[in-house]
Design a protein around this ligand. Structure first.
Ligand code: BES
Ligand code: ZN
Length: 635
């Protein structure tokens, strides 16, 4: 029996993509809400690279499969032998790969065998059916939706969950184009993240059929579906928003800046938005992230509907992924920072241009604070604090933190400082142009950077710039970056001033006025400062701050969440009621993680009872991550 090994170029896949590579994926999918199942056919065209190939190994984690066939030149189906490998306990997250035996064709003395290996391409068709334990899909009952009339479902494939939907080469090293047909009974809609080419009502099956194409090659983690009672509103010529019924026009107002973000990014990178359409999908609150850059259909949390566009940076971030991530893709999860660090960098560039330098600086300060907490939380010696963590045998989701975002961002700021803003802008543009449609690691960026500097400056001057940059150290070193970036804003002093005013009970009326006028980001810096220096605040000051600033009622969820964290960390139980309500209506991990961790430290048993009673509303990914916290923090 074949010994299965994770692929050395991407240890989170079993697929043998160096021997055979998937080029075109055709999906025909339907949903059975009663049985919580997505099912259909996946037909894949592969390019054969190794002519003596024996097996096709596909990632698979959960779905039932049947009818594994070769499709021959006459479009006839020829059965293929295959086996599903059992769960390997220490590599559980990688799933149970499907091994399709091509030699079996030969043994059966099938005429197709010679055919296959004389050609460069083969087509395989597989039927699949997911069950209710699929981690890549969340189903909501109709009671859990806005109108409470119809069920809802959505997928989340990043990082390695595409294999929980259907068998695939589930690695960002491989990019393919997609043709997707979805079927569903009206009035529900069933969307795919691609370009809608046609749609019709099939009277025989009484189903609404949508036909999508994704003609830009994408990695499997960008495959995305959603089904429910959806509504659409236009934002601009190429932008729009999908929501649960009844929210679309409100959402269109909140995301009015989408078009501007795209234009600014096009300008900065000197590269057009290639995906044509940019739609945003606002999910129910259980969506575990702020945003997910699914092509043509960015998924976002409804918490972004703050009413004041104060969370629009998330849109800037997901739009930026259209270049960094979706055109140029990290080739494995060890290089995750090449997706997220670059996108953070773009996000703050766009905010600098759209909202001004001060705003972008504040975001860097907030980001740097979160980097510091993450490194302290993991411990400076943990490999999760490096930009190239080792994910062998573990689910990359378990190593998810702000480190790749913020340390990656700081590294790029450092590289920008060495050559100046204008040169760096050009380097970024060249990088996109050179590596679009491809998958990369950080050394590919390094080569563009060095080539640019060598062309721009004479030998000695080029060397002067390049010699001081220790790429390896930045990328592999654990703990805090050894080069300290200065993130200062004119608000830093104002924040300190206000903190002193509260401590000294000095002119509170004036302090209130100042706070009210601040942008959300300044408020966050203020609250983070309190959180980091809790020993200087007694409970009564903290309660006073809450009362005076009316913290819970008025502000966006970022502000609320940090306020709740402050009270838990201080050991106060006054807010428990509010915190429980918050945790019942928020599924974003950015909030769940710190709040549960602080609550567990304060009162393990009550936190556990509450979690067990309410976890059903969370996404499977969030449920698993929070459950892990309980397990690891158990005394
Ligand atoms: N691609 C990520 C979300 C993600 C990462 C999902 C890893 C699954 C595994 C997305 O682009 C992202 O970074 N979202 C952030 C936005 C923030 C940085 C502005 C989020 O959800 O908080
Ligand atoms: Zn991102």
């Amino acid at each position: 029996m074949l010994e299965l090994k994770a692929n050395s170029e991407d240890i989170n896949t079993y697929s043998n993509f160096q021997e055979i590579v998937q080029k075109e994926v055709e999906l025909d999918v339907s949903i059975d809400f009663d049985n919580k199942s997505m099912f259909g056919t996946v037909k894949t065209k592969y390019e054969i690279i190794n002519q003596s190939l024996e097996n096709i190994i596909l990632d698979l984690h959960g779905p039932e499969i049947s009818n594994v066939c070769l499709i021959n030149e006459d479009y006839e189906k020829v059965d293929l032998d295959c086996i599903i490998y059992d769960k390997n306990k220490d590599k559980e997250a990688l799933g149970t790969p499907l091994v399709i035996n091509l030699l079996s064709l030969k043994e059966k003395d099938n005429k197709e065998y010679e055919n296959v290996f004389n050609k460069k391409e083969i087509m395989i068709s597989i039927e699949f059916k997911t069950n209710e334990n699929c981690n890549g899909i969340q189903y909501l009952t109709k009671e859990q939706t806005r109108t409470k009339e119809y069920p809802f479902m959505f997928t989340q494939c990043e990082a390695i969950l595409c294999r929980t939907l259907f068998p695939i080469q589930d690695t960002p090293s491989v990019k393919s184009i997609y043709k997707v047909k979805t079927s569903i009974s009206p009035p529900l809609s069933f969307l795919f993240g691609g370009i809608l080419k046609s749609h019709y009502y099939d009277s025989a099956s009484k189903k609404k059929i949508n036909c999508y194409e994704q003609n830009i090659p994408i990695p499997s983690y960008l495959v995305a579906f959603v089904a429910g009672e959806l509504e659409y509103a236009k934002i601009s010529k190429r932008c729009g928003v999908w929501t649960e019924k009844g929210l679309a026009s409100l959402a269109a107002k909140e995301f009015i800046d989408a078009e501007k973000y795209i234009e600014i990014a096009e300008n900065y990178l000197n590269h057009p938005y290639e995906w044509k359409v940019y739609n945003i999908l606002v999910l129910p609150f259980s969506f575990p992230f702020g945003g997910m850059e699914n092509p043509n259909l960015t998924f976002v949390t409804p918490a972004l509907l703050a009413g004041d566009r104060s969370m629009s940076n998330v849109i800037g971030h997901e739009i930026s992924h259209s270049w960094t991530g979706n055109l140029v893709t990290n080739k494995n999860w060890k290089n995750f920072w090449v997706n997220e660090g670059f996108t953070k960098f773009m996000e703050r560039k766009l905010d600098k241009i759209l909202l001004g330098e001060e705003m972008s600086k504040l975001e860097s300060i907030v980001g740097n604070n979160s980097l510091i907490s993450a490194i302290k939380m993991y411990g400076e010696d943990s490999y999760f604090t490096s930009l190239s963590p080792d994910f062998s045998g573990i689910d990359p989701d378990d190593g998810f933190s702000t480190v790749p975002y913020e340390k990656g961002y700081q590294f790029l700021c450092y590289l920008e400082e060495r050559v100046g803003e204008d040169n760096f802008k050009e380097i970024m543009g060249k990088y996109i142009e050179k590596y679009k449609y491809k998958s990369v690691d950080w050394t590919d960026f390094k080569s563009v950077y060095e080539e640019y500097v060598n062309n721009k400056y004479e030998g000695r001057n080029a060397r002067k710039i390049l010699n001081v940059i220790d790429w390896n150290k930045w990328v592999t070193e654990k703990g805090f970056p050894s080069y300290k970036m200065e993130f200062k804003s004119k608000y830093t002093e104002e924040v300190d001033d206000l903190i002193n005013k509260f401590i000294n009970k000095d002119n509170i009326e004036n302090a209130k006025k100042i706070f009210k006028e601040w942008h959300t980001n300044v408020k966050l810096v203020f609250l983070e400062k309190i959180l980091k220096n809790l020993e200087n605040f007694n409970e009564s000051i903290i309660l006073e701050i809450k009362k005076e600033l009316n913290l819970v009622e008025e502000y966006n969820d970022d502000v609320k969440a940090i306020w709740y964290e402050i009270t838990l960390e201080k050991g106060m139980k006054e807010e428990i009621e509010n915190i429980m309500n918050f945790l019942k209506t928020h599924g974003r991990l950015k909030y769940l993680k710190p709040l549960y961790i602080s609550w567990i430290k304060l009162d393990f048993n009550n936190a556990k009872t509450f979690f067990d009673e309410n976890k059903i509303v969370y996404h499977p990914i969030a449920r698993r991550i929070i459950q892990n916290k309980f397990d690891s923090m158990k005394k």
